[in-house]
Design a protein around this ligand. Sequence first.
Ligand SMILES: Cc1ncc(COP(=O)(O)O)c(C=O)c1O
Length: 386
Amino acid sequence: MNTKELIEIEDNYFINTFTRQPIVLDHGEGVNVWDIDGNKYIDMFAGIAVNALGHNHPKLVKAIQEQAEKLIHISSIYYNEPALIYAKKLIELTSFDRIFYSNSGAEANEGAIKLAVKYTGKSEVISTVESFHGRTVMTLAATGHEHYHEPFKAILPKGFINVPYNDIDAIKDAITENTAAIIVEPIQGEGGVNVPDIGYLKEIEKICNEKDIVFIVDEVQTGFGRCGTLFAHELFDVKPDIMTMAKGIGGGVPMGGILATEKVASAFVPGDHGTTFGGGPLVCAAANAVLDEILAEDILDNVNEVGDYFVEELKKLDKEIIADVRGKGLMVGLELTEPGAEYVDKLREKGFLINCTADKVLRFVPPLIITKEDIDEFVKALDEIL
Ligand SMILES: Cc1ncc(COP(=O)(O)O)c(C=O)c1O
């Protein structure tokens, strides 16, 4: 079938939830992907900040293949070695003590909020305007976008308060006797790559410690090296009570998780939470391969070096249409003075995949293995289309 015929299947049979780009992708290698018509693209989007190691990475593919031949799924009722090994490895690298495996970012946040509510016995959660925490009903309530709430207002749970991001006074004003948790992204992704002031997270940590409120960082998008440290909250020198993760964790296989301190994690007992698929051997084998590769190949150094270079090159573009360039590591946003959708199309036609978020922000979240040469090619194309 050709591209047009395939896309018609979507039009006729899919529930209408996405505005998709009109290409059918077929295969990939490193930072490149090809569509079924043979067109090659540099992937500056990485499946919404997921493909940390790029496409078709030999070690990731091998890990998945070998595990698939042994055991794919067994449920959470039995132990499996990849999940156990991974838990020990990740916890030894962080300030957390306990893990729970989920299948996505929304599910991780859903579980984190349940854990905070159980731990505190309280029911209010403070989150931030322009945040994104997921599409389940509770994470939708935490997500700070009114237009996502609108059609579902009748079923959104009470107790979620959205306050402006990077505004510590707004958080202080929103706290009540009943506050269970504050959930924030260390750097907002969907909200437009918004980097907070250096002291913002530290202040939240302080308030949470003083009032025994659970401090949750949502690292679904920022985690696993995206911002140049294994987790972005490290940049702000904080030790949250809970961290949620997904996206880059499995390099492309659907996986997520919650990390928590012993104190908070101990609130859950069997029956409080669960999952059929979470922490299965296949995805955990992939996660082990991704983490090993990030650590062994100095991928964080590449993220910092290429990320800084990328921002510098973007800042050199002298265009009236550019309102701002911001980001950390390989999570970079270029804010325009006008809506960005048409530039996404123009770049795709030139062979580059990106997306536009928060209406005017072109967001670049390429694989963490991208090189300066790829960046040069991309910036040249961007220069031309802007
Ligand atoms: C910060 C953040 N949290 C949560 C989510 C939801 O993750 P998922 O789509 O895996 O449910 C996203 C997705 O973009 C995200 O960026």
